[in-house]
Ligand binder design. Structure first.
Ligand code: NAD
Length: 255
């Protein structure tokens, strides 16, 4: 499904990362990849994974820095002058803001969550656009906490709402160039980031029972749907949030 396509996947921290599951599926479907990591520490850890999917040494991009975003895309351009897709699988909030009451979030915690988790998509899409041609695809990862008040998700839910809105505006901005922009809303999966949300275990236990497929979502489920959104098989889909959560979002889960 991605044969002949080249893309960059940001947000690989380890083997549990959703970005890694997407990278594995994209590679299996023929894509040529570059992986993006947050800092030098992750570059060392992720280098062996990059080799598994035929990618060169990962590029470092700290999305809180404009300079870092610019220099990362310079490096990408040297290695891969044209991009067919970009995956943004990046989020961060201070741990103390992922428990208790949303009302207690301070200005700094709110800003950090928005900057890393939402603004970065627009900033990175602006650079990716310069290397993309019609038919290209941008994908980000979101969670149902954007549209429902999920206990402890708090400031990250507000950031995901901004992220999903950004997807619609970016889809409008880039649509005239034939570039599509979508979000994949995944059910809860244990990863480095999600482990920072208090009570994740309870969420996993509940969702395993309270969804139409009666099981938890897997990294492979996410990877496969991501390949669809990155491929020409979703050529008419943009500005969309695709739920990959075993149908949890569409059911009366209290029943
Ligand atoms: P993860 O911890 O593996 O990935 C998060 C990534 O964000 C890491 O690679 C981290 O290095 C990166 N990051 C954080 N701050 C950064 C910065 N300043 N600059 C660059 N990169 C930075 O966890 P994950 O669960 O795979 O998260 C990937 C995406 O999927 C996130 O957007 C997350 O909100 C979303 N998501 C996760 C779940 C879940 O249950 N795991 C569900 C729905 C959506």
């Amino acid at each position: 499904m991605l044969k002949g396509k080249k893309g960059v996947i940001f947000g690989v921290a380890n083997r549990h990362s959703l970005a890694w599951h997407i990278a594995k599926e994209a590679y299996a479907h023929g894509a040529e990849l570059i992986l993006g990591v947050a800092n030098e520490r992750f570059r060392e850890k992720v280098a062996p994974l990059a080799a598994e999917v035929g990618a060169p040494e990962p590029v470092i991009c700290d999305v809180t820095s404009d300079e870092s975003i610019l220099s990362t895309f310079h490096v990408i351009k040297d290695r891969m002058p044209e991009l067919d897709f970009m995956v943004h699988a990046i989020a961060f909030a201070n741990r103390q803001d992922l428990e208790g009451r949303f009302i207690d979030t301070d200005r700094y915690g709110y800003h950090v969550a928005q900057d890393v988790s939402a603004f970065s998509l627009a900033a990175m899409s602006r650079e990716a656009e310069k290397m993309m041609k019609p038919g290209s695809s941008i994908l980000t990862l979101t969670y149902i906490g954007s549209v429902r008040a999920v206990p402890n998700y708090n400031v990250m839910g507000v950031a995901k709402a901004a992220l999903e809105s950004s997807v619609r505006y970016l889809a409008t901005d880039l649509g005239s160039e034939g570039i599509r922009v979508n979000a994949l809303s995944a059910g809860p999966i244990k990863t480095l980031s999600s482990s920072g949300v208090k009570g994740l275990r309870d969420k996993l236990d509940q969702q395993a029972v309270k969804n139409p497929l009666h099981r938890n979502i897997t990294g492979e489920d996410v990877g496969k749907s991501a390949v669809f959104l990155l491929s020409d098989y979703s050529s008419g889909v943009t500005g969309e949030v695709l739920y990959v959560d075993n149908g949890y979002h569409s059911c009366a889960t209290w029943a």
